[in-house]
Design a protein around this ligand. Structure first.
Ligand SMILES: [Cu+2]
Length: 160
């Protein structure tokens, strides 16, 4: 039993060291995060990556640190920015800050979630489970609809 616990603890310590966690909220101030409007684009033909969007509101200051889904090998949190007239994407390695009581929107052309190494094509009308992990709040599982976002200023997000 001890032998299996030690490696797990080591992994947890490594993860904690990488995540640069913010200060925990005071006792009795446990953050709760509501997640709405989860939507992932269909995977473009021949591609194994796609973008997802959703809206987050946390009762206390927190941070979205990671996500997972059984349909993708890896999930990243990305920001979009314009550099030399080109839309560039960059991973937010520290996660996404969630200020207390503020609505944080992930949307086309802005911050978004990227599914990578998608195991099977995602098609319109499907739903997939997405697990969101926070620095403080309890993880949240949502069902994300596969479809095109209503506003799309920048064209199909085809990923990396
Ligand atoms: Cu991206």
């Amino acid at each position: 039993m001890i032998r299996t616990l030690i490696p797990l603890a080591a992994v947890a310590a490594l993860l904690a060291a990488c995540s640069n966690e913010p200060k925990p909220v005071a006792a009795g101030e446990q953050a709760a995060v509501s997640v709405t409007g989860a939507l992932c684009r269909p995977t473009p033909v021949g591609r194994q990556s796609t973008g997802c969007y959703l809206t987050l509101t946390s009762t206390a200051a927190d941070r979205l640190v990671s996500l997972s889904t059984p349909v993708a090998g890896r999930v990243e949190i990305h920001e979009s920015r314009i550099e030399s007239n080109m839309m560039m994407m960059r991973e937010l390695r520290e996660g996404l800050p969630l200020p207390a009581g503020q609505t944080v929107e992930l949307k086309p052309g802005g911050n978004h979630i990227m599914l990578l190494a998608v195991t099977a094509p995602l098609t319109e009308g499907q739903t997939i489970p997405l697990t969101l992990n926070f620095a403080t709040a309890t993880p949240v599982v949502v069902q994300a609809t596969i479809g095109q976002p209503p506003v799309d200023e920048y064209g199909t997000h085809t990923g990396h």
